[in-house]
Each structure stands twice: as structure tokens, then as C-alpha cells.
Design a protein around this ligand. Structure first.
Ligand code: THU
Length: 133
């Protein structure tokens, strides 16, 4: 993936991070998805006083896109304070739509810390193939 495009995606994730609703953890996360057609769809984490309804930034971005009929993704940038890695539930959701896609992990200053495929993040994944899709 081209460096300028990587940075554009990281910057979009960082911008979305500003909207994180995190009164409980204080841990802001921003995500930005690059679709196959070159569109960028963003998300932030949204917490809840009942805790379990909390959704991660990655899933918000993916579900926003899917709900608009877009299901083909190339890359996903995730920005946190300290380069936190996507949780297991988000990895599973990424595996559904972008197993071969790239994940960029960056910090709040926009520095790219890690780059890997979803396949690498979630080895031996249960995928749509196991259900014949
Ligand atoms: N969080 C994300 O948004 N993405 C992840 O992959 C890990 C965790 C959020 C959920 C919660 O709002 C906060 O970070 C602390 O767990």
C-alpha cells in the first residue's frame, strides 16, 4: 500500500477518534476503512453505562460501511493513544469481510507502528468458507 494513502487512512482514523464516546475507560479509538472503490469509512468507539453494549471503533466503521451496501475492504487503520491492537471480536468481524486485507496500527501522533494482514492477526480463523460461502 502506498505511503501517502496509508497516512491518509491513519489521519482519517485519528480524526474519527475525536468523536470517541468514552466516559468510562477514557480510551479513545478511531478507525478508518479503505473500501475497494477507494472510499474511506470511519468509526470511533462508543461506550455505554451498562458496559456490554460498548462497541469498538473498528466494528463501528465496518458496520457503517456494510449497512450502506459496501462489503469489499482493502485496509483498516486503527489509532489509539499507545498503539493498541484490535480486540478478538473485531478481528473476527474483520475476518468476515477482509481476511486478506491490511491492518495499520498507529498511535495518536499518526505514527504507523505495525502493519499486518487480518490473516496474520487471526490465524486459523473461522470464516464464511466453513459455512460454504
Ligand atoms: N476498543 C476499541 O475501540 N477497539 C479495540 O480493538 C479494543 C478496544 C475500545 C472499547 C472500549 O471503549 C475501550 O477501547 C477500552 O476497552
Amino acid at each position: 500500500m502506498e505511503k501517502t494513502l496509508q497516512q491518509k487512512l491513519i489521519d482519517a482514523a485519528n480524526e474519527a477518534r475525536k468523536h470517541a464516546y468514552v466516559p468510562y475507560s477514557g480510551y479513545k479509538v478511531g478507525a478508518a476503512l479503505l473500501t475497494r472503490s477507494g472510499e474511506i469509512v470511519t468509526g470511533c468507539n462508543i461506550e455505554n453505562s451498562s458496559y456490554t453494549p460498548t462497541v469498538c471503533a473498528e466494528r463501528v466503521a465496518i458496520f457503517k460501511a456494510v449497512s450502506e451496501g459496501v462489503v469489499d475492504f482493502v485496509a483498516l487503520a486503527v489509532v489509539t493513544d499507545n498503539g493498541g491492537s484490535p480486540c478478538g471480536v473485531c478481528r473476527q468481524v474483520m475476518g468476515e469481510f477482509m481476511l486478506e486485507g491490511t491492518v495499520l496500527i498507529a498511535d495518536k501522533d499518526g505514527n504507523l507502528l505495525e502493519e499486518m494482514s487480518v490473516n496474520e492477526l487471526l490465524p486459523r480463523a473461522f470464516t464464511p468458507k466453513h459455512l460454504g460461502h
